[in-house]
Design a protein around this ligand. Structure first.
Ligand code: HEM
Length: 397
């Protein structure tokens, strides 16, 4: 391998099939590696837990895309900014303000009130399984979180096929013109959709989350729009992977599947273990160095892009006993699957609840389950591009 890992490598099927072997190899050589991502930029990836965790909360690493080098600022200013003005893409004091408004609406009590509804949606989806094979991603892992987030936001879930398409296009790396075009079209469509909805709620507020955001005088119109897009995308493109990757991990480790079925009280530990073992958000959204700095002795020049691999950190044997093994009873699991520090996932309580209900119900209601295709036919929709997301997961039920 050359000194700098090439951009395409992270998007290749070989990387997708087993990123952890790649990360183990890199980690053996050192915690920080130069990569070509974005192409031609000064960029690095952090692959051990000891340095990844503090880097996630390092104020010298900005989340604001406008802190990037000039060529990058110009490139992003030409793009549709539907995802640019939200808490995930900002630093304090903007981050503090943007997160505060959403946190007010995203209270643990409001989330807890959703529990019976999440259970009912889960039951309905499982009731609809037909035949002896089910493609879990399409039939369950996608619809569950998207219905829940639509209800929470107050967006009609009849539009969810559109949301799935638009958000898919927005999170797909635009590595060619066609993908860039579909990303821009999705961004325009989402913006038009939310602009209409914002106007409707301004005229007649209800008790949904869109109304909370539009009636706040702390957010600009652009910020409301970008926050809605963030919640819609973060609210389902991640949880789908918790369900998909977690189920695949159980199918590959039948002793752990049996253990969890026999002891459902282990569900909370199991969810944390899935987040460590095959992280749904494989890589944190990148940071930009605000000054010349060092991570683990590696000089990081000002303006560099720093990628922090959450997936690699979760498999670091220095941080986790038997890091390569799935252990649904693991205790004191200090994974960084939801990030760490300032940008720690705002949706973590919702994701945990959805995960526990999903796995609890699937294991209780489906009899013996196993993978319904040869391992080599499994493919990844995304792996090295922030999310780690199976294209399909056929299971025999
Ligand atoms: C941030 C993971 C579900 C909303 C994050 C971050 C991670 C993450 C790693 C930090 C990214 C970074 O530091 O660059 C996950 C995982 C989920 C999940 C693994 C599911 C298993 C959700 C859900 C929602 C949500 C259901 C909302 C409905 C957010 C928001 C942020 C965030 C708003 C930004 C927080 C901030 O910047 O202060 N998530 N997430 N997430 N997540 Fe999640």
């Amino acid at each position: 391998m050359s000194d700098k890992l090439p951009f395409e490598f992270f998007l290749s099927p070989e990387f997708g099939a087993d990123p952890y072997a790649v990360y183990a190899g890199l980690r053996a050589e050192g915690p920080v590696h130069a990569i070509d991502f974005p192409p031609g930029a000064s960029a690095f990836v952090v692959v051990d837990y000891e340095h990844a965790r503090p880097a996630l909360n390092d104020p010298r690493l900005s989340k604001n895309l406008a802190s990037g080098p000039e060529w990058f600022r110009e490139a992003i200013s030409q793009q549709n900014p539907v995802l640019g003005d939200n808490m995930l893409m900002s630093d304090p004091p903007d981050h503090t303000r943007l997160r505060r408004v959403v946190s007010k609406a995203f209270t643990p009590r409001r989330i807890e009130r959703l529990r019976p509804r999440v259970q009912a949606i889960t039951d309905e989806l499982i009731d609809a399984f037909e035949g002896d094979t089910v493609e879990l991603i399409d039939a369950f892992a996608f619809p569950l979180p998207i219905i829940v987030i639509c209800e929470l936001l107050g967006v009609p879930d009849r539009d969810r096929a559109d949301f799935r398409r638009w958000s898919g296009a927005l999170v797909t790396p635009a590595v060619n013109e066609e993908l860039a075009r579909s990303r821009d079209e999705a961004s325009d469509a989402l913006r038009a959709y939310f602009t209409r909805l914002i106007a409707e709620r301004r005229a007649a507020p209800t008790d949904d989350l869109v109304s909370v955001l539009v009636t706040s005088d702390e957010l600009s119109e652009r910020e409301v729009l970008s926050t809605l897009a963030l919640l819609l995308i973060a609210g389902h493109e991640t949880t789908v992977n918790l369900i998909g990757n977690g189920m695949l991990a159980l199918l590959r480790n039948p002793d752990q599947l049996d253990l969890l079925r026999a002891k459902p009280e282990l569900l909370p530990n199991a969810i944390e273990e899935f987040l460590r073992y095959d992280a749904p958000v494989e890589r944190a959204t990148f940071r930009i160095a605000l000054e010349d700095m060092e991570i683990a002795g590696t000089p990081i020049p000002k303006g560099s892009f720093v990628h922090i691999s959450i997936g690699a950190a979760g498999r670091d044997p220095k941080a986790f006993d038997r890091a390569e093994s799935l252990d649904v009873a693991r205790e004191d699991n200090r994974h960084v699957g939801f990030g760490h520090g300032l940008h720690f996932c705002l949706g973590a309580p919702l994701a945990r609840m959805e995960g526990q209900i999903a796995f609890g119900s699937l294991l209780a209601r489906l009899g013996d389950i196993r993978l319904a295709c040869p391992e080599e036919q499994l493919s990844w929709r995304f792996s090295g591009s922030i999310l780690r997301s199976l294209a399909a997961l056929p299971i025999a039920i």
